[in-house]
Design a protein around this ligand. Structure first.
Ligand code: NAP
Length: 294
């Protein structure tokens, strides 16, 4: 069962999980995460062996002015899903975020580092992680960052659109992280599930927990934009100007360091995502392919 069917990750999950079995994918308002009964009824009707929750309140800045809604969807709903998963003996896969950290660490964050979110979105996502951990059962919390893809709301598509409208783009160059394609996240999720569901896989036995899951390498938002605008802008590429975060004030504060070390995932499941540049190439190919068909 996939929650968040038309979200960036949910969309890809439907395609990648199809080979593993029948997938029941649901979307708001069919299931409303602000209503516990809505979640419980959907899970009880489907009785899935695996629940993958990619639904979330992801509007980071808007969350500052809608904290109750963000808390309900990100903080409370995951605990309800975890309870239902545990009741059925199902595996729960849930996604968390680099924004649970304050970004003050030197070097990449590991799963055991203490969270200290700077914004409402990060606080609500952390509450969701903690709610799942408190329920227990068989679960994976996959912590990812800077999600983008060929569809949905994301930095890459926003910048590609702005590049057509403007001659100059000012982009933050002092936040570092790992851009991670929605396709890579879904593919890695499917790989892990294929392993644990295989006859010899032994389920999650002793492997429940948090795992960082990002593409390899790191860059800044400016570096990321430069990498795709130089390849994809097509006509006259706009001038790119690197700016500090202080010159682009937004309602929600962001961590300066969003790097996540994915060693635990690799050691436990043998899953290793590609470098972010390589994943970007694939997404740009998908976009170019789509455009050429129009
Ligand atoms: N995006 C990022 O940069 C990023 C970074 C780190 C971690 N993550 C995490 O990765 C996961 C997937 O993110 P994403 O980028 O794929 O998210 P997304 O594209 O924003 O999709 C989120 C999904 O949740 C659904 N949703 C919103 N409100 C709901 C409600 N009340 N009840 C049920 N469903 C509701 C949305 O439906 P509607 O479209 O109808 O609103 C949408 O399908 C999330 O857990 C997110 O926190 C994302």
């Amino acid at each position: 069962m996939v929650f968040g069917r038309i979200g960036q990750v949910g969309w890809e999950l439907r395609h990648k999980l199809a080979c593993l079995g029948q997938v029941a994918a649901v979307e708001y308002p069919e299931v409303d995460f602000t209503k516990a009964d809505s979640i419980r009824n959907a899970v009880r009707a489907a009785e899935p062996s695996v629940i993958v929750n990619s639904a979330a309140y992801t509007a980071v800045d808007k969350a500052e002015s809608e904290p109750e809604l963000a808390w309900a969807i990100n903080g409370t709903a995951p605990g309800v899903i975890a309870e239902e998963a545990k009741r059925l003996g199902s595996i729960l896969v849930h996604y968390s975020t680099d924004y649970v950290f304050d970004g003050s660490k030197q070097g990449a964050y590991v799963e055991t580092d203490a969270p200290n979110p700077l914004n409402v979105y990060g606080k609500t996502k952390l509450a969701g992680d903690e709610a799942i951990q408190a329920v227990g059962g068989d679960y994976l919390i996959l912590r990812t960052s800077w999600v983008y893809g060929a569809r949905g709301n994301n930095f890459l598509l926003t910048m590609l659109r702005l590049a057509k409208e403007r001659t100059e783009l000012r982009i933050v160059d002092d936040q570092t992280g790992g851009p991670t394609s929605s396709e890579c996240i879904a593919e890695a999720t499917a790989d892990i599930l294929a392993q644990v569901l295989s006859p010899a896989g032994g389920g999650l036995a002793g492997r429940s927990g948090i795992y960082n899951l990002t593409c390899r390498g790191e860059t800044t938002w400016f570096g990321f934009a430069k990498a795709f605008l130089s390849k994809a802008a097509g006509t006259a590429a706009p001038e790119l100007i690197a700016i500090p975060t202080s010159e682009f004030p937004r309602p929600a504060q962001r961590p300066a360091n969003s790097r996540l070390l994915c060693q635990r995932l690799e050691e436990t499941f043998g899953v290793r995502l590609p470098d972010w540049e390589e994943a970007l190439e694939l997404v740009l190919e998908t976009l170019a392919e789509g455009a050429s068909r129009l």
